[in-house]
Design a protein around this ligand. Structure first.
Ligand SMILES: Nc1ncnc2c1ncn2[C@@H]1O[C@H](COP(=O)(O)OP(=O)(O)OP(=O)(O)O)[C@@H](O)[C@H]1O
Length: 307
C-alpha cells in the first residue's frame, strides 16, 4: 500500500508542569511526500517530532511510525528512520569523516559515503573534529548521518538553519531526491521559502495545535478574508473604487502600480472592481486572488506579535 501513512499521530498531548505544549495534535506524513511543520517559537514542533522519534513519551495519544510504536519498537524502527536533531546531537570528539563512516557501517545498505560527502560539501572539513565545526557544517554532517542508511522516514528539525545559500540549495536538492525515492520527509522550518519550495503538505502549528494544513496552494487560497491583487498604472485615484466596494474592504497601492483589495473577496467583489476600473478606462494588466505569500498566511494564522 504505497499510500498508507509513514507517520500517523493522533490526539498527541505532551505536558510540562501541567501545561500542554502539544495539545490534541494530529499529523500524517505519506511516503514520497515532504511534510513541513511550521509554527512560531515554542509552538511544540520539536516536542512533536521528538515524540515521533521515540525521544519523548507522550502523555496522551498515539504515534505510529511505519506502523510501529517508536517507544516500544525502537529496535525495529532504527534502521528505517533517519533523524536530524535541532542541536545536531552528534558526538563531539570524533572527526567528521570518521563519524559518517561509523554511522554508515551500522546499516546493511548504506549510501555511498564519498558521493554523499561531496554533494553536501563535507570534504573541506572531513578531518576536523565535530566540536570544532561551524554551526552550518555541523548541520550538514547531521543531515548526511540522517540519510546515509537509506531510511524510509526522515525527520529533519530545521535542516537548513544556519546554512549558507549554497549549502541550503544542496540540502533542498537532497530532500527532493529523497522524496523521488519514496521517502517520507517530515521537516520543521522557519523559512517560508523552504516550505514553499519543498513541501507537498504544510501543517501550521500554534500553541500545540494544528491551526491550518494543506498544500501551499490550498493555504494561499483557503482563507475567508482574501486579498485581490492587481497591477494597473501607478497613481490611480482610489476613492471611486473604495466607494464602489464599501466599508468591508480596504484598497491600497502597496507599491507603484501594485494594488491590494483586502476583505471578503468573492466573485461579485472581483466583478465590481473590474467594472469600476473599466468605467474609468483603466487597463488592468494582472489580477489574482489569494494571499501572495506563505508568510502572509502564516502571520495571519499565528499573529504578528512576538510572544
Ligand atoms: N523538557 C521540557 N521541560 C519544560 N518545558 C519544555 C520542555 N521541552 C519543551 N518545553 C516547552 O515546550 C514548548 C514547546 O517547545 P518546542 O521546543 O517543542 O517548540 P518549537 O515549536 O520546536 O519551537 P522553536 O521554533 O523555537 O524550535 C516551549 O514552551 C518549551 O519551553
Amino acid at each position: 500500500m504505497p499510500d498508507s501513512p509513514a507517520l500517523e499521530v493522533r490526539g498527541l498531548v505532551k505536558r510540562y508542569g501541567g501545561r500542554a505544549v502539544v495539545d490534541e495534535l494530529d499529523l500524517v506524513a505519506l511516503p514520497g511526500r515532504v511534510t513541513a511543520v511550521l509554527g512560531p517559537n515554542g509552538a511544540g514542533k520539536t516536542t512533536t517530532i521528538e515524540c515521533c522519534e521515540g525521544l519523548r513519551t507522550p502523555d496522551e495519544g498515539q504515534v505510529r511510525v511505519l506502523g510501529l510504536d517508536p517507544r516500544t519498537q525502537a529496535r525495529e524502527l532504527r534502521p528505517r528512520v533517519g533523524v536530524m536533531l535541532q542541536d545536531g546531537g552528534l558526538p563531539t570528539g570524533i572527526r567528521a569523516a570518521d563519524m559518517l563512516d561509523h554511522v554508515a557501517r551500522m546499516y546493511a545498505d548504506p549510501r555511498d559515503v564519498g558521493e554523499l560527502s561531496e554533494r553536501l560539501g563535507l570534504g573541506s572539513f572531513a578531518r576536523t573534529t565535530v566540536r570544532r565545526l561551524s554551526g552550518g557544517q555541523r548541520q550538514r554532517l547531521a543531515l548526511a548521518a540522517a540519510v546515509v542508511g537509506r531510511p524510509d522516514v526522515v525527520f529533519l528539525d530545521e535542516p537548513s538553519a544556519g546554512m549558507d545559500p549554497q549549502a541550503r540549495l544542496a540540502v533542498w536538492e537532497l530532500v527532493r531526491e529523497l522524496r523521488a525515492e519514496g521517502v517520507a520527509v517530515l521537516l520543521t522550518t522557519h523559512l517560508m521559502d523552504e516550505a514553499e519550495d519543498l513541501a507537498d503538505h504544510v501543517v501550521v502549528v500554534d500553541q500545540g495545535r494544528v491551526v491550518a494544513e494543506g498544500s501551499v496552494a490550498d493555504l494561499l487560497t483557503s482563507a475567508d478574508d482574501r486579498t485581490l491583487h492587481l497591477q494597473a498604472p501607478a497613481g490611480l485615484a482610489l476613492a471611486p473604487l473604495r466607494a464602489a466596494l464599501g466599508d468591508a474592504f480596504t484598497v491600497t497601492e502597496a507599491a507603484p502600480g501594485s494594488y491590494a483589495v483586502a476583505g471578503p473577496v468573492d466573485p461579485a467583489a472581483v466583478a465590481a472592481v473590474a467594472a469600476r476600473l473599466a468605467q474609468d478606462g483603466v487597463l488592468v494588466s494582472r489580477l489574482s486572488v489569494g494571499r501572495s505569500t506563505l508568510e502572509d498566511v502564516f502571520l495571519d494564522l499565528t499573529g504578528r506579535d512576538l510572544r
